[in-house]
Design a protein around this ligand. Sequence first.
Ligand code: CP
Length: 331
Amino acid sequence: MSSSYAPPSRKQNPHLPFGDQRTAPWYGKDILSVRQFNRNDLEYVFGVAHEMREMVERVGTFDLLKGKILANVFYEPSTRTSASFTAAMERLGGSVIPINEVRYSSVAKGESLPDTIRSLECYADVVVLRHPEVGASALAADYAKKPIINAGDGVGEHPTQALLDLFTISEELGRIDGLTVTMVGDLKHGRTVHSLARLLSLFQVRLNYVAPDILRMPKEIIGELEERAMPQEEHELLDKVIGDTDVLYVTRVQKERFQDPANYDKVQGSYTITSDVMKRAKDRMIVMHPLPRVGEISMDVDPDPRAAYFRQMEYGLYVRMALLAMVLGKA
Ligand code: CP
């Protein structure tokens, strides 16, 4: 599996008519990593996401991507990413080929990822791919002529989640610069926190990592952010930092990624956000979680207006609508 990252080149499709979509900055591009985005790009994505929100609120569904087809290919389980890309495409008037259970596809017969992708792009205009191996989306993009959107590659990245996370922070708190973001839980396996930490390094943000020793943020990510002079601190106790936190980003301990189940048992339940914990947090702050949660945020926190994790899902719809429109040359 290829692990090296190269900026994607614009993919030309000779079957598309000439028109203004050829000059759109994201037309035909893959979205593989948050490293592709600078602050101007983020402003652009968020601007388009705002337009999408306005249109959904006004008319629900519209025909921006009428005639376009998305192949939604998931080699790992998903509720939110899969459903929100489907909803995004359908709200834009396009349609979806859902491959949510690859065991019912020819993957079960031993078909390789490059062959599966090259087959599906014969029927679709864009492919969303979730795969358990780091670099799978980059490999798919090497073979595909149509845009590939990384919907999570193992413990690597989840760029569209990070974009929606950042959009959530910006919408909920009105700014990103100057904030203190505390990431808590499984920072080793959590691809959402890997992508979000990288994206936050474009801003003046302080990062706290709260995790048990065996689930610490990977050294390469800390090193990468150190090179950009990003203030970062590691802690084992949430109490040390909860009072200074503007964004508490909670993650699930990812049982499926542990080789030794005994290690999972040792750290599972290390941090639980309860209404008691929230008493020590600022009045103006938000709690986020990419979901699913399995007990790390108690349900008694849900009615707290600072609990932003379900609103976060809705912001994701608008960001994913924006990304589909962008790579298909309609934004
Ligand atoms: N946040 C996220 O990736 O959720 P799913 O695994 O349900 O897609």
